[in-house]
Design a protein around this ligand. Structure first.
Ligand SMILES: Cc1cc2nc3c(=O)[nH]c(=O)nc-3n(C[C@H](O)[C@H](O)[C@H](O)COP(=O)(O)OP(=O)(O)OC[C@H]3O[C@@H](n4cnc5c(N)ncnc54)[C@H](O)[C@@H]3O)c2cc1C
Length: 461
């Protein structure tokens, strides 16, 4: 048995590993990426080499990565995908696949730092090749030096659109449109938080400088509401709409492009925590996150959680939480160490910034009016808006879970990771009710954390 097992080697997991190791606890750090760093510090493969200028503050990331590599108390398991997690009698059993071979890891002390993934909203044509998430586009750039297309539309909502647009420009692409669905002045809702987190403003200006030097003008209250393919079935253009406060379409124009990177912030990846039985709650942005106490402990003793699985808040909040989770986990295994007031103060400051983020970039219900009857909601199982509506009007579904059972939406390869949140909203809207927390939490959980080859399953214990 390992003393402290940490899942996820992003800002939260790296910080947790260093904090636990510094307290004297042997650590096993597991991540499915081949390299340490998580999403924020996604490093390029050796074959590609570092992609100049794709990272902001890579120095902090490299410092943490090198510190993890240098500590003899930390063992790293990279390229290792956890596909199943169970909790029984105080022991957590993780099933991990590395190089096609399954390993089973048992531990009483676990720190989950599994991060988040892009939030998508369906719209007509969102399944056309060439429509992707900003995170997907950035991962190709940062990790492989690949620019997904020459003329790129970057759209959706949230500050993440800025590094993505800047990254496209730095890689030699053209940002033909940069569209933020919300108004430009929403940050004024939280003036003190802006002043308190001046470093985040500096980061935003770093991206804005690149964007404005390329003469790209960001447009607010605007969104991509439909995509069209050419005769080869590949993205050719998108409809860009001026939208109201509630995201209802006002005026549409068509824009030619090779790639549309459309994203609506992030969704916490609570899959492992959910499978283990950790309590989850619905955050202010409607996303499901893992519930934690002031020491980053989940509802299960010995399972600690840090970073974006506890709420979307950026890399700095993830690091602040990671340190506290690492110290708490080390304390749990008997190390003489404690969380200091300064650690809690740093976390509180970053948490205020995260709250301001949610206030500034809401996703309003009007997006549902962009759909037509044929729009696919679940791309894996090809379930359309009409199929979902029929499950309600003709088959009598009165909640999203029943609609899922009747249509198979959310039962495909991604197990609802992509469509689950939208299905809950759509079903509730059709029934003219508000989604319940139970609906949201049920859509965020899945028994199998990631798809695995049948051969591995058959050969397993
Ligand atoms: C694609 C993407 C790109 C982003 N880019 C930026 C950016 O440029 N700037 C910015 O400010 N913010 C960015 N963010 C937001 C960013 O995720 C956070 O601010 C920060 O990285 C969160 O840190 P974290 O440690 O909580 O999680 P992450 O950095 O997401 O790290 C979580 C790690 O856990 C691993 N993991 C998850 N599940 C499993 C499993 N089952 N088995 C094994 N390993 C697992 C993941 O692969 C990942 O490496 C991005 C988010 C995404 C999704």
């Amino acid at each position: 048995m390992h003393n402290v097992v940490i899942v996820g080697a992003g800002p939260a997991g790296l910080s947790a590993a260093i904090a636990a190791a510094a307290a004297g606890a042997p650590v096993l750090l597991i991540d499915n990426n081949p390299r340490l760093g998580g999403q924020y510090w996604r490093l390029a493969s050796d074959a590609v080499g570092e992609q100049g200028g794709q990272h902001y503050d890579l120095a902090t990331g490299l410092m943490l990565i090198n510190a993890v590599k240098a500590r003899k108390e930390i063992t790293v398991l990279s390229g290792a995908q956890i596909w199943s997690a169970t909790h029984k009698d105080g022991i957590n059993t993780l099933r991990v696949i590395q190089n096609g071979v399954e390993k089973i890891i048992n531990t009483a002390n676990l720190v989950l730092c599994t991060g988040a993934y892009d939030r998508t909203l369906p719209f007509p044509g969102w399944d056309i090749p060439g429509v992707m998430t900003p995170g997907g586009l950035q991962s190709l750039l940062k990790g492989h030096g690949v620019l997904a297309g020459k003329r790129v539309v970057v759209a959706g909502s949230g500050p993440f659109l800025l590094p993505v647009a800047a990254g496209v420009i730095k890689a030699g692409g053209e940002v033909v449109e940069l569209l933020e669905a919300n108004k430009s002045n929403r940050w004024l809702l939280s003036p003190f938080v802006m002043l308190e987190n001046i470093a985040k403003l500096k980061e935003a200006f770093y991206y804005i400088k690149t964007i404005s030097q390329a003469k790209v003008r960001g447009r607010f209250s605007s969104a991509v509401v439909a995509a069209y393919k050419n005769s080869e079935g590949i993205l050719e253009s998108v409809d860009v709409a001026k939208i109201s406060r509630n995201f209802k379409i006002k005026k549409v124009r068509n824009v030619k492009c090779d790639v549309a990177a459309v994203g609506w912030g992030f969704t916490a990846d609570t899959s492992i925590a959910g499978a283990l039985g950790c309590s989850q709650i619905v955050a202010k942005d409607g996303g499901v996150v893992v519930k934690t106490d002031e020491n980053q402990q989940s509802s299960i003793a010995g399972i600690f959680v840090a970073g974006e699985i506890t709420g979307i808040g950026g890399a700095e909040l993830s690091m602040a939480e990671g340190v506290i989770a690492g110290i708490s986990a080390a304390q749990f295994v008997g190390c003489k160490v404690e969380v200091l007031k300064a650690h809690r103060k740093r976390r509180a400051k970053k948490q205020r910034f995260a709250d301001a983020l949610i206030k500034s970039y809401p996703v309003k219900a009007g997006w549902i009016t962009w759909l037509n009857e044929q729009t696919l909601i679940c791309r894996c199982e090809e379930v359309s808006t009409q199929d979902l509506k029929q499950a309600i009007s003709e088959l009598g579904a009165t909640d999203s879970r029943t609609a899922k059972l009747l249509t198979r939406c959310g039962m495909g390869l991604c197990q609802g990771r992509i469509c689950g949140r939208s299905v809950v909203d759509l079903v509730a809207s059709e029934l003219n009710i508000s989604p319940t927390d139970t609906d949201r939490i049920s859509a965020a959980n899945r028994p199998i954390i990631s798809p695995i080859p049948l051969g591995v399953l058959a050969a397993g214990e």
